[in-house]
Design a protein around this ligand. Structure first.
Ligand code: MN
Length: 207
């Protein structure tokens, strides 16, 4: 079956005032939908590949025929990245959303970055510097958490890394509300981070 756009797990306005409802409508209904449509179109004549999960395709892009590889990398990447991104956020003020992390990921952040404030600073500064469109990620590699960025819709999965946390810094993610102020968006985003989901992903990253 072709890939499907997953519904948002909350209302479009749920992330207000940090991420506005209009941005969420465009970002989910238009941008994410386009990635889904484009990757499905590319895979239409490759039922063997379409039967795999999009994450498995991204883990082994060399197995994707060259004529559709870039389309799968960009649009399959867009589908995978955004599917994780929606789940990694939630309504500010709800349990486990925003504020300081708890659980295993909190301990690992303290061990690897010193404390939560130092981690946020590293994540924000590294991601602010990503030139052009891309993503900031927290990955677990060599027994440590590490902040990396990728360009465009490239997935950490294609580098053998499982994303624990990720923030979208394409202008479509923030321009309506923050215009060119990417650092302001990055700073505000921590108010909507879903630490319960990040802890779940941390367990998978360690497996
Ligand atoms: Mn996006």
């Amino acid at each position: 079956m072709a890939y499907q756009l997953p519904p948002l797990p909350y209302d479009y306005a749920a992330l207000e005032p940090f991420i506005d409802a209009e941005t969420m409508h465009l970002h989910h209904d238009k941008h994410h939908q386009a990635y889904v449509n484009n990757v499905n179109a590319a895979l239409a004549s490759h039922p063997d590949l379409a039967a795999k999960s999009v994450d498995d395709l991204l883990r082994d892009l060399n197995a994707v025929p060259e004529d559709i590889r870039t389309t799968v990398r960009n649009n399959g990447g867009g589908h995978s990245n955004h599917s994780a991104f929606w789940l990694l956020m939630g309504k500010p003020g709800s349990p486990g959303i925003g504020g300081e992390p708890s659980g295993a990921i909190a301990k690992q952040i303290s061990a690897d970055f010193g404390d939560f404030e130092a981690f946020k600073k590293t994540f924000n500064e590294t991601t602010a510097k990503q030139f052009g469109s891309g993503w900031g990620w927290l990955v677990f590699t060599g027994g440590k958490l590490k902040v990396i960025t990728t360009a465009n819709q490239d997935s950490p999965l294609s580098h053998g890394l499982y994303p624990v946390l990720g923030n979208d810094v394409w202008e479509h993610a923030y321009y309506l509300k923050y215009q060119n102020r990417r650092p302001d968006y990055l700073a505000a985003w921590w108010n909507v981070v879903n630490w319960a989901e990040a802890n779940k992903r941390f367990e998978k990253a360690k497996a």
